[in-house]
Design a protein around this ligand. Structure first.
Ligand code: RUG
Length: 848
């Protein structure tokens, strides 16, 4: 495209501050073009205009940020800190414009300068410092905390490279990974705080003083500098602007001058490279514990810097250290930050000279722990020799916690009761232990997190139940039930409705006859839509918005993949990380089943088929490495891509069924896909998906849900009514029995599900290419079938048939869609964050 686009006169007027619309905004944009970007006015492309607009918005955020932080300092409220290794923020500009209430003003200013806001917004790169649900949840919680005016800060790492960029190889459909250098262009949303730094130690020696005090001195080893970068988090419709502090690692002493002078250049920069490596890249795996030293370094670096920062802030209050937990609550987002428990003990005992028991009381009143999965492979363990090498003092403290008198007292009491109940049950105690016996011994981070926290929660009712019954039953017995709770996840309606679906938001505001900023802050107000379900004009407008969003997606796909899509077809979407338990394989096998069925019909019969377009998107953890067997997930992507190639090219069927794998799934891509879905798939094996959050996003945007009785699907159905959800499959209590049966009394697929057997054989026959390449994937279904696809396939197909049937009655469908959206109040992250604030952290809002 050619630029400059605008009219020179309007730029000059803007500079003089004499434009008719929002003169201050136009002037500030043009000023930033000239000063911050050092470009002549008028001489700017879309990206430059984005940068200038972002810098201008940032000026407002900074003012609000400063007032908020000043107010927090003045009022000294109890604060909460959200420790998360991942914050999947996505784009910021549109969110900041919305929250500041200046969207229209910027839109008109930009347009007077010759730009369209829409073109400007897409210039921004996603901040993708996360893998999936866990990181996006953290981002939603920051938005809600600021909106609820709660004094909450996030702490994370400023990775130089976020989640990898996913490319799909054109010839065979395999996933390729490329780095995501998201900071290559200046990041306008962060404030480098080069003066806020802490030294973090690794390796070295821990010397105990004497056994009595439990104190020690830790010295030597490597020292690395943590430098703070602050990201401003504006609340919606309030001036309150919270902070997300991200740490970058830097060498403490530049480079080694001695080696340099001796001519050994490489040696001279070795240690500075190793320091910088700590925050260089996000680990692209969720649900796997890797045991890699660099990952452990990340975890300690981040928790140590964050705690030092909190301590410094607390000291400004000039309160006795014994009151630390009265002023600070720290939320552990999964086990990743569990070392913070040990680090706070170290600070209190070694540096603040607090007696051990007092320190332990402070610690166990400060921390709260959220578990996000019951999958055993995700539970983090660190080997004792690795800990001893990297963090010798922390290992001592962990062993001291194990033999801490109070714990010993309790456990011997507990042991006595166990003895009584289960005579001779030594296994129970070994299950409770922080240390797992073996070669080498391992520290169980989840057990440590439970022991060191005041309360523990899961992320949906079913999950929290499984956390108590399956994951930590011995701890429940040990501490009693009251230590364990549930906070069902939530999503921010600002990004996941108003921003991604402005037409629906406008229709809702008009229909409810209340201000947008009222229902966007009190999502239960959506229930008011129920009064309009039978209004045919409203139904038509609701349907028109959905259609418009489908057209938008169709256009996006056409631009990306060059294929036209019929927006009147049923849009069926599954977007999430690729994982065996999420069962993308079940979905693609279902698509093949549908294809074969349509293919077998006579041409006139085909016309009765419900037209459908199926979308997949999601990244697979790179199929690794020297140490770990590669997974079959990339093979699932390959199968999807190659099935898509065949069926999209089949003239017999392609008007009735088409299939797309959209590469490089991201927050921004989700913002296009979610408003466009008629139906979305949440089909994990029952009992495996802790919650899921995209299910909530789809439903909020009037998409219906096909799913298993799992995670938050269950609570969604409770809210919207089971007749508005398409449930299928075996229930959680059946799964173990079925797995047992697969191992000891296997029934051949041909017998269990002839339809599935036919699909598997078709793939084996090679019609989707691959020369036997899919056999390992198919064999996981034919043998073992850990995720019970063979048991669920027939009921899955029946659920999809019911979807077709329901979709054929378009008026009924629209009613279901409206009802679903109307009942999503519970799933606002504002509700979730209030649960944490009241039931866990005990913090209150601070009004500016
Ligand atoms: O898999 C879970 C999702 O079910 C959940 O909705 C999300 C947020 O609570 O967290 C996901 N998760 C779990 N991400 N990583 C893990 C394990 O570390």
């Amino acid at each position: 495209e050619k630029w400059p686009k605008g009219d020179e006169k309007s730029w000059k007027a803007a500079l003089r501050g004499v434009t008719t619309e929002s003169p201050e905004i136009s002037k500030s944009i043009v000023n930033h073009v000239q000063t911050s970007l050092a470009r002549a006015p008028y001489n700017i492309d879309d990206f430059g205009a984005y940068q200038a607009a972002a810098l201008s918005v940032r000026d407002n955020l900074i003012v609000n940020w400063n007032s908020t932080q000043l107010e927090y300092s003045r009022k000294s409220p109890k604060r909460a800190y959200y420790l998360s290794l991942e914050f999947l923020m996505g784009r910021t500009l549109s969110n900041a414009l919305l929250n500041l209430g200046v969207l229209d003003n910027y839109s008109s200013s930009l347009s007077s300068l010759g730009f369209s806001l829409e073109d400007i917004l897409v210039q921004e790169r996603d901040a993708a410092l996360g893998n999936g649900g866990l990181g996006r949840l953290a981002a939603c919680y920051l938005d809600s905390s600021a909106t609820q005016e709660l004094p909450v800060w996030g702490y994370g790492l400023r990775y130089k490279y976020g989640i990898f960029q996913q490319l799909i190889k054109a010839d065979d459909g395999t996933q390729l990974e490329a780095p995501d250098p998201w900071l290559d262009h200046q990041n306008p949303w962060e404030l480098p705080r080069l003066d806020v730094t802490y030294e973090v130690r690794f390796y070295g020696n821990a010397q105990r003083w004497d056994e009595g005090t439990g104190r020690a001195t830790w010295s030597g080893g490597q020292e690395v500098l943590a430098v703070a970068y602050d990201v401003m988090i504006p609340g919606y419709g309030t001036k309150n602007t919270n902070n997300l502090r991200l740490w970058e690692s830097k060498p403490k002493r530049g480079f080694d001058l001695q080696s340099f002078n001796a001519g050994n250049y490489e040696r001279s920069v070795e240690s500075s490279n190793s320091a910088a490596a700590i925050t260089s890249v996000l680990y692209p795996n969720d649900h796997t514990s890797f045991g890699k030293e660099l990952r452990l370094k990340q975890q300690y670096f981040w928790t140590a810097a964050s705690l030092a920062d909190m301590l410094r802030r607390f000291k400004h209050l000039e309160k006795p250290i014994s009151q630390f937990a009265e002023y600070n609550a720290i939320q552990l987002n999964d086990t990743h930050p569990t070392l913070a428990i040990v680090e706070l003990m170290r600070i209190l005992v070694d540096e603040e000279e607090v007696p051990w028991d007092g320190a332990w009381t402070i610690v166990t009143n400060t921390f709260f722990f959220t578990n996000h999965t019951v999958l055993p492979e995700a539970l983090e363990k660190w080997s004792v020799p690795l800990l001893e090498h990297l963090l010798p003092r922390h290992l001592q403290i962990i062993f001291d916690i194990v033999s801490h008198p109070a714990i010993i007292r309790e456990s011997s009491l507990f042991l006595q009761s166990v003895e009584k109940k289960f005579p001779g049950d030594r296994e129970k105690l070994s299950r409770l232990s922080l240390i797992e016996e073996g070669f080498p011994k391992q520290v169980r981070m989840a057990n440590l997190a439970v022991v060191g926290s005041r309360r523990v929660n899961g992320v949906a009712e079913l999950h929290s139940d499984l956390v108590q019954k399956n994951l930590f039953p011995d701890f429940v017995e040990f501490y009693g039930k009251s230590k364990f709770g549930n906070v069902t996840n939530g999503i921010t309606p600002r990004r996941w409705l108003d921003q991604c679906n402005p037409s629906l938001s406008a229709l809702i505001t008009e229909t409810l006859k209340i201000e947008r900023n009222v229902w966007l802050k009190d999502l239960y107000k959506l229930e008011g839509l129920l009064a309009h379900v039978n209004d045919s004009e409203f139904q038509a407008r609701w349907a028109a918005v959905k259609h418009q969003n489908k057209e938008r997606l169709a256009l996006f796909v056409e631009r990306q993949l060059g294929i036209k899509i019929d927006a009147s077809a049923l849009f069926d979407v599954q977007i999430k990380r690729l994982h065996e338990y999420k069962r993308q394989t079940l979905n693609i096998l279902g698509v093949i089943h549908r294809y074969l069925l349509i293919k077998s019909l006579k041409p006139e019969e085909r016309k009765k088929v419900v037209k459908k377009v199926v979308f997949f998107a999601g990244k697979a953890a790179p199929a690794c490495t020297l140490f770990k067997m590669s997974t079959l997930l990339p093979l699932t992507i390959r199968l999807i891509v190659n099935v898509a190639r065949v069926i999209n090219a089949d003239p017999d069927t392609n008007q009735y069924l088409s299939l797309f794998f959209l590469p490089d799934y991201s927050v921004s891509l989700a913002e296009i896909l979610i408003p466009a879905s008629d139906i979305s798939q949440h089909i994990s094996t029952a009992g495996t998906e802790a919650s899921g959050t995209s299910n909530m996003k789809f439903c909020l945007n009037g998409g219906l849900l096909v799913g298993t009785v799992d995670g938050a699907n269950i609570e969604i159905a409770e809210e919207v009514g089971e007749d508005n959800v398409f449930f299928f499959g075996h229930l959680t209590p059946d799964v173990e029995d079925l797995r047992y049966q697969h191992t000891y009394h296997p029934i051949p697929v041909e017998e269990k599900s002839p339809a599935l057997a036919h699909v598997l054989n078709t793939v084996s026959s090679g019609i989707f290419g691959g020369d036997g390449v899919y056999e390992p994937l198919l064999n996981t279904v034919r043998q073992g079938d850990f995720y019970i696809l063979t048991d669920d396939f027939d009921s899955y197909i029946r659920a999809l048939e019911m979807v077709d049937e329901a979709y054929s009655d378009r008026t009924e469908w629209i009613k279901k869609s409206i009802r679903t959206s109307a009942k999503m109040g519970k799933f606002s992250s504002d509700r979730a964050i209030q649960d944490y604030a009241q039931e866990y952290w005990n913090i209150e809002s601070v009004k500016l």
